[in-house]
Design a protein. Structure first.
Length: 145
């Protein structure tokens, strides 16, 4: 197996991202979700990265820079990470997270936040592994009428 290569997300990667997401969730990927992913290609305040191995995309990560939001002057957000289930446990997600953190740092971001459901032990473990801890924020939820 070849070395893992990390690079910016491009439009040609969108079918691979969709394939990975469908494999992870075991359901079709809605078009609005794919539209959101596409917004992370070549954007100033949004970052999309993919991991390739032997020419195949095996993972992706999406991040965003927020300016003056939620009580912070400048913050980065890890919005979404997806790894082909056949590659989970091989360090793909951690490599993508490290590269996202480095890119955010190059853009002047020192604080990175994310959100995860408390009942998702696998994701909590991943986020702790890549350096996240509890934040000073409390997530709030409101359902529409």
């Amino acid at each position: 197996m070849g070395a893992l290569q990390l690079r910016p997300l491009s439009k040609k990667d969108l079918p691979d991202v969709e394939r990975i997401q469908a494999h992870v969730t075991r359901q079709p990927v809605p078009q609005p979700w794919m539209d959101m992913v596409a917004e992370h290609v070549d954007q100033q305040h949004r970052i999309g990265l993919v991991a390739e191995q032997d020419g195949d995309v095996v993972g992706f990560i999406l991040g965003e820079i927020k300016i003056g939001g939620f009580g912070t002057e400048l913050s980065g957000w890890l919005e979404l990470v997806g790894v082909d289930p056949d590659q989970m446990g091989a360090g793909v997600g951690a490599s993508l997270a490290a590269e996202l953190f480095a890119e955010l740092g190059r853009r002047g971001v020192q604080e990175v936040l994310t959100a995860v459901r408390w009942d998702r032990g696998d994701m909590l473990a991943f986020f702790k592994k890549v350096g996240f801890d509890q934040s000073p924020f409390i997530n709030l939820h409101r359902r529409g009428d």
